[in-house]
Design a protein around this ligand. Structure first.
Ligand code: PEP
Length: 252
């Protein structure tokens, strides 16, 4: 059975002290929670990953990176490789976030390389994609999302999906306070699952967790997560507050 996942993307927030504090608070809050089928993940900045991994040890909390370079090593100033993430105990990496695509020029082709590099290093990938407002207004959301998935992931063998989590994040709903309605989320998630089923068959499609991201908060999480094809959330703003984040985790 596929897992429910609540993952907090901290973006460029939280220095070392704040990272220690937030990891401690989240670790404590989920200690007694019944999380049989739910994974809880936080993604701090690169410099604080090692600390977060150490502080999350022997708890139910997992730690992911927000990005990764596709090369093994070399002259790529400022970049971080899969090996480096693994060496500090990170097992999951977020790839394809819309902010990486918009501000750092990450294309579907680059993302396909990043996915390959992550998987060949046995890292799990939380792969993000989603349409812009103009795409939705012109009814192109499924075409855009279908193309993002196809270009970055459809070269993979079916087996690779054991290490892939998908995160549908409509760009118009990220950090805007604007949320896709639970029905809009469900419709798109069902489309994504069908896209996977058409290419790889139902078994693969049904095994992949598909997260929704875009202004999820305690007030709307329960309704969004109640939809059959929504397996959790990628959370930005609300992941920076342990009470809000735990309230979202508790929505399952
Ligand atoms: C995100 O950046 O992945 C995100 C969903 O942000 P927010 O929850 O703040 O909209």
């Amino acid at each position: 059975m596929r897992k429910n996942i609540v993952a907090g993307n901290w973006k460029m927030n939280n220095d070392l002290k704040a990272t220690r504090k937030l990891v401690k608070q989240i670790r404590k809050s989920i200690k007694k929670a019944e999380l049989d089928n739910t994974r809880v993940i936080v993604a701090p900045t690169f410099v604080n990953l090692a600390t977060a991994v150490k502080r999350a040890k022997k708890s139910k909390l997992e730690v992911a990176a927000q990005n990764m370079h596709q090369a093994t090593n070399g002259a790529f100033t400022g970049e971080i490789s899969a090996d480096m993430l693994k060496s500090v105990g990170v097992k999951t990496v977020i790839l394809g976030h819309s902010e990486r695509r918009a501000y750092f020029g990450e294309t579907d082709a680059i993302l396909a390389e990043k996915v390959d590099a992550a998987l060949s290093n046995k890292l799990e990938v939380i792969f993000c994609f989603g349409e812009e407002l103009a795409d939705r207004k012109t009814g192109k959301e499924e075409t855009v999302v279908g193309s993002q998935i196809e270009k970055a992931l459809f070269h993979l063998e079916a087996d690779a999906y054991k290490k892939i989590v998908l995160a549908y994040e409509p760009v118009w709903a990220i950090g805007t306070g604007e949320t896709a309605s639970p029905e809009q989320a469900q419709d798109m998630h069902a489309f994504i699952r069908k896209t996977l089923a058409d290419k790889y068959g139902n078994e693969v499609a049904d095994s992949v967790s598909i997260l929704y991201g875009g202004s999820v908060k305690p007030a709307n999480a329960k309704e969004i997560f109640s939809k059959p094809d929504v397996d959790g959330g990628l959370i930005g703003g609300a992941a920076l507050n342990s009470k809000d984040f735990y309230a979202i985790v508790s929505a399952f």
